[in-house]
Ligand binder design. Sequence first.
Ligand SMILES: [Zn+2]
Length: 276
Amino acid sequence: MEVVVLGSGSPLPDPHRAGPATLVRTKAGDLLFDCGRGVLMRAAAAGTSAGALVGLFVTHLHSDHVTDLNDVVTMRWATSFEPAPLPVFGPAGTAGLVAATEACLEWDIRYRLAHHADLTWRPTAEVTEIEAGVVFERGEVRVTAAPTDHSPVRPTVGFRVDEGSRSVVIAGDTVPCAGLDDLCAGADVLVHTAVRRDLIEQIGLPRLLDVLDYHSSVPDVAQTAARNGVATVVLTHLVPAPGPGSEGEWREQARARFGGDVVVAEDLTRIDVAPR
Ligand SMILES: [Zn+2]
């Protein structure tokens, strides 16, 4: 199993960081978690595509996590040689978002159907709205969801991918909570949104200060990992984006509370989760 951070950025456009998205490459195929800005450009760099996905898993419906859903839907369809419904798993509201996305693409769908004689089917998705429990199972690969706490944004979920004895957790945006602890128990890798409370308080802008009450700070993430026996933490969705050479500060803040490996993600950071 392999984790590739496709987008390590936040809602703010950044020349070097795409929006939130994480690829987990498994024996069952490529699983995509969230689909923020630029996801398919980074997927191409990682050697995959919308057509290769066996599942899209959405943590919540904040725009930065689903900005490029339209691109995933369109590219999966327009490059297909037979109908290939996109399997989508996400919290309540996901089906409506997918339907609305397809609706906003209606003119494009008409143009392409009229123009390409060999394209005779419309884009389709198989959406499963989920709350908790096993949501995907294929061979030895299993994806489990649990509710997280990104209040007042509700509902939100985190995911855990198990392949054999190895495991990866995708926390999404959340403060420390019981649902996330359940997912993290003994996990090999935890990919977690992280914000720098110290820097945000220094900057002091009200709209930026608002992010503090519904995201985990770096020490919060580290404590979640330590409490649950996680081996490696991957800090992503970094707010504010680290300035050149400042990644070490993020690592130190995490290491003060967590004895395992700490990775400060960049786009296309890869973590090998080899079989034991
Ligand atoms: Zn969010």
